[in-house]
Design a protein around this ligand. Structure first.
Ligand SMILES: [Zn+2]
Length: 210
């Protein structure tokens, strides 16, 4: 017996037997799961591939919160980043495996990830709590109202005006404004107290068990 080396097969067998015994399953997941699934914000090679211009400016990872970028670069970044991580149509093997593992067992997901990967890989949206928000929406930066809007058409409009060579959105008309007050907008993720959290509230559509 080797007690030092981790044994993935044994760990998997233990997990399966515990799942079989469980009445309900609560899945909690953070950035590590999406990193393992291929979306590592700190992966410099991937950053250089997706954002050659920003890399040329000395930036090295997708941890850009707080980095002061002019709007045309900021929205160029958001468009490429969100398109990659939130709207990629391909099924994700790791999330699919997790979904298969849970099977028909009554389950609930709570995740700080804002990439929609649970919902896009077979988990019922009404059973996913995303208290940190969702890249799939944007909101007023104040906010003037509690409204949020679908970010997919915004991302498409930005990408149509995006120049990979400079990393900038070249048409100022493509940059988003709040439809209600005309002011700045931001992605609907929890950065500060302006975050509109109503859309993240858990749904109460009843249990799958009787
Ligand atoms: Zn507004």
């Amino acid at each position: 017996m080797n007690h030092a080396a981790p044994d993935p097969e044994r760990a998997a067998a233990t997990l399966r037997s515990r799942l079989a015994e469980a009445d309900r399953v609560l899945i909690t997941a953070g950035a590590g799961l999406s990193a393992a699934a291929g979306y590592d914000y700190g992966d410099e090679d991937r950053f250089r591939e997706l954002f050659p211009a920003l890399h040329g400016h000395g930036l090295r990872s997708r941890y850009l919160v707080g980095v002061p970028l002019p709007p045309e670069l900021l929205w160029g970044y958001w468009a490429v980043h969100i398109n990659d991580i939130r709207f990629s149509p391909a099924p994700n093997p790791l999330y699919r495996r997790l979904r298969a593992l849970v099977g028909e067992k009554d389950h609930w997901v709570m995740t700080s990830n804002v990439d929609g990967l649970f919902a896009r890989n077979g988990f019922p949206p009404e059973r996913i709590f995303t208290p940190q928000g969702d890249y799939g929406r944007y909101q007023c930066a104040i906010p003037c109202t509690g409204a949020v809007w679908d970010s997919e058409p915004l991302v498409a409009r930005l990408l149509a005006a995006y120049d990979p060579g400079t990393g900038a959105v070249t048409d100022p008309g493509a940059l988003p404004r709040c439809p209600d007050c005309g002011g700045a907008v931001q992605i609907n993720v929890r950065v500060g107290p302006e975050f509109v959290d109503a859309p993240t509230a858990p749904h109460t559509t009843g249990s799958t068990t009787g």
